[in-house]
Each structure stands twice: as structure tokens, then as C-alpha cells.
Design a protein around this ligand. Structure first.
Ligand code: CAA
Length: 257
């Protein structure tokens, strides 16, 4: 499938999806999100890819769901088509995915970044959940994921006032893992993605799955889930290789099996 609203590139074992609707500040319209879902589905099946980067432009990661596309929709129409189903493809993606965020990450843009495994932000980033200014609330997981990232007080503040949060505030609030100068963003994220992609792919996927399971489980269920998957890793050649490489003082060569 050729893409009109995203750019998909591959460099080594890392794929980058760049949202590319600059005139609309990457507003997340349905056709663009269908392309994102299609690309992710192909990348999940592509054994050569070990990590994905989701990014936008220096001005906007994404300024939200497409307000113009949404404004005249009716309830039954969006219920039947399950509005935002394709947006959730980022959360459903099973391989590691990093959000490289610069500029505006508002509404659905902030929600999309939060669906990724972690966020590295440029110094000019502005996060926000301004939906309340439009007479709605976040609708792509913002009320649920923001509170888990930053806690109740700041999540309420962001969603009820609709104000923006800069990159340093987002770092202090644990919404992002790192903040870097704008011109170092892609290089920093690529370095992290290369490191992840060099690990054993199934082990990285199981690690991601286990961390995400913590949102759905009690502590004892989560610890049990972790133990079972940890034990299952001893069926893999990559566990044998990783531990042998340590003993032999050399770099491991993982075979993803
Ligand atoms: N949807 C559709 N179009 C958008 C958009 C959006 N979310 N955000 C920006 N655009 C469009 C603008 O309409 C404008 O298009 P035209 O040139 O055709 O008028 C173009 O992008 C450039 O935007 P601005 O002229 O407004 O640029 P600016 O630099 O003056 O302001 C901004 C930037 C502060 C981000 C401002 O564009 C803005 O406030 N955008 C909307 C942010 C927002 O409310 N996001 C939440 C969307 S709702 C949502 O996401 C719901 C959900 O959770 C599911």
C-alpha cells in the first residue's frame, strides 16, 4: 500500500512512521490513521524490524484528532464505525514503539504518544488535553493513560483546564522519559531504537507485554505473570546465547528464537 499522509522508512532493524499532514499540524484524520494501522500491521509481521519510531514534524507531533472531520458526526455513525479504532492500533502494536515528539502534542496527539512504550520529547514540545475547550473530553484513552503517567492531580488539571504543559514539566511529571534539544531528537531516539532492535525480539516483546500487564493486574498477579514469562524465556536460544556471551566476555548475537 502506498501512503499519502505518512512516510514509512526503514534503517537497519528500525522503522520510522512520520505523520505527514503539515498543513493541518498532523491532525489525526481517519485516512491517516488507517495508514498508520496498515503500516503497523505490516511492521508487526516483518521479522527484520525490531523497533518502531512514531514521529511528526518539528512544529507538531500531532495537534489532535481532526476537529473539522469530527464536528458534524452523529452518535450512531461513530458508534457503528467505532471512531478511533485505528488510533488504538498503536496501543495494540506488540513490538517496542517509541514516540519522538516535538512541537504540539495535543488531544489525540498526546494520547497517541502515550500509547507508545515511552516518549522522548524535544525541548519545544507542548503537551495538552484541550478537548474540554471543544465541549468534549479526551476520547482516545487520555483520561485513562494520563492519570497512570502523571497521577490524579496533574491529569485533572490538564483535562479540566485544557492548558498546555511544556517539555520540562512533562519530564518532571514522568510523562516523558527524556528531553533533548530539537535538533538532537531523531538522533537520540534512533540510538535508543537501535539498542532495542539489537536485543532479542521475542524477549523485548515479552518485556513490553509484562510491563503493560501491570496496568490490568494486582501486584501479586503481575509478579506471577512476570515469573511465568521469565521462566518461559529459558526455552529460547537467545537466553542461552545472552548468558553464554556474558560468561565468554563477548557481545551476544541474538537470533530472535
Ligand atoms: N484538527 C483539524 N485541524 C487542525 C487541528 C485539529 N486538531 N489543529 C490544527 N488544525 C489546522 C488549523 O485549522 C489550521 O488549518 P487552516 O490553515 O486550514 O485554517 C492549521 O492546522 C494550522 O493551525 P493554526 O492556524 O491554528 O496554527 P497555530 O500555530 O495558530 O495554532 C494550535 C496551533 C495551538 C495547535 C491550534 O491549531 C490548535 O489549538 N489546534 C487544536 C488543538 C486541539 O484542540 N486539539 C484537540 C483536538 S480534539 C481531540 O483530539 C479529541 C480526542 O481526544 C479524541
Amino acid at each position: 500500500m502506498g501512503y499519502d499522509m505518512i512516510e514509512l522508512t526503514k534503517d537497519g532493524s528500525v522503522a520510522t512512521i512520520k505523520l505527514d499532514r503539515p498543513k493541518a499540524l498532523n491532525a489525526l484524520c481517519a485516512p491517516m490513521m488507517a495508514e498508520v494501522a496498515d503500516a503497523l500491521s505490516a511492521l508487526e509481521k516483518d521479522d527484520a524490524i525490531g523497533c518502531v519510531i512514531l514521529t511528526g514534524s518539528e512544529k507538531a507531533f500531532a495537534a489532535g484528532a481532526d476537529i473539522k472531520e469530527m464536528s458534524n458526526l452523529e452518535y450512531l455513525e461513530i458508534y457503528k464505525t467505532d471512531l478511533f479504532h485505528n488510533h488504538e492500533s498503536v496501543a495494540r502494536f506488540r513490538k517496542p514503539i517509541i514516540a519522538a515528539v516535538a512541537g504540539y502534542a495535543l488531544g489525540g496527539g498526546c494520547e497517541l504518544a502515550m500509547m507508545c512504550d515511552f516518549i522522548i520529547a524535544a525541548e519545544n514540545t507542548k503537551f495538552g488535553q484541550p478537548e474540554i475547550n471543544l465541549g468534549v473530553m479526551p476520547g482516545i484513552g487520555g483520561t485513562q493513560r494520563l492519570i497512570r503517567a502523571v497521577g490524579k492531580s496533574k491529569a485533572m488539571d490538564m483535562c479540566l483546564t485544557g492548558r498546555m504543559m511544556d517539555a520540562q514539566e512533562a519530564l518532571a511529571a514522568n510523562l516523558v522519559s527524556r528531553v533533548v534539544p530539537v535538533d538532537e531528537l531523531m538522533e537520540t531516539v534512533k540510538e535508543a531504537a537501535d539498542k532495542i532492535a539489537a536485543q532479542s525480539q521475542p524477549i523485548a516483546m515479552m518485556t513490553k507485554e509484562t510491563i503493560n500487564a501491570s496496568f490490568e493486574m494486582t501486584l501479586s498477579q503481575g509478579v506471577q505473570f512476570e515469573r511465568r514469562l521469565f521462566q518461559s524465556m529459558f526455552t529460547t536460544a537467545d537466553q542461552k546465547e545472552g548468558m553464554a556471551a556474558f560468561s565468554e566476555k563477548r557481545k551476544p548475537h541474538f537470533k530472535n528464537k
